[in-house]
Design a binder for this molecule. Structure first.
Ligand code: CMP
Length: 144
């Protein structure tokens, strides 16, 4: 099915000027970037976004990192987008990620892993709604 997923280009990647390179990989793999904004997350925004991880020992460091530099928040559209973007990113632990995945190519560590992608349809819906209103998501008109 045609799906939408939520993506973040994280601070380690924006800091290294990798936004365009990551977006090229995304587009060349059959995703349309139908919503996109560069933001500097507030601490409250980052804590709310990652609320499911608040009991993890890495939570505080994760929030500190996510507010350290601007990020790019995105809505990606494509067939089977949620699963396919997870596959394109590779696993959280980039030492286990293939060289053709985004994290395999760009991640610096478990935390500084360059990109985020929704892990389920319910989370995709929540995460898109957390950063985007419906009028900011603009797919192109299909060709006639
Ligand atoms: P993300 O997919 O955005 O979801 C939660 C984030 O927490 C994850 O990517 C990493 O940035 C970070 N993270 C997950 N596990 C660890 C860990 N063991 N140590 C440090 N950071 C982690």
């Amino acid at each position: 099915p045609l799906e939408r997923t939520f993506s973040i280009i994280k601070p380690d990647a924006t800091r290294r000027n990798l936004t365009g390179e990551i977006n090229a990989v995304i587009e060349n793999n059959g995703f349309a970037i139908v919503g996109q904004r560069r933001i500097h997350m507030s601490r409250a925004q980052a804590e709310g976004f990652y609320r499911d991880h608040k009991d993890q020992d890495f939570f505080q460091a994760l929030v500190d990192y996510m507010v350290s530099e601007p990020v790019v928040v995105q809505v990606l559209e494509g067939e089977d987008a949620i699963k396919r973007y997870r596959a394109l990113m590779g696993p959280t632990d980039a030492t286990k990620a293939g060289p053709d995945t985004l994290r395999g190519r760009f991640a610096l560590s478990m935390r500084e892993n360059s990109v985020h992608g929704s892990d389920s349809p319910a989370n995709a819906q929540r995460e898109i709604g957390y950063f985007f209103s419906e009028v900011e998501i603009l797919p192109c008109t299909p060709e006639k």
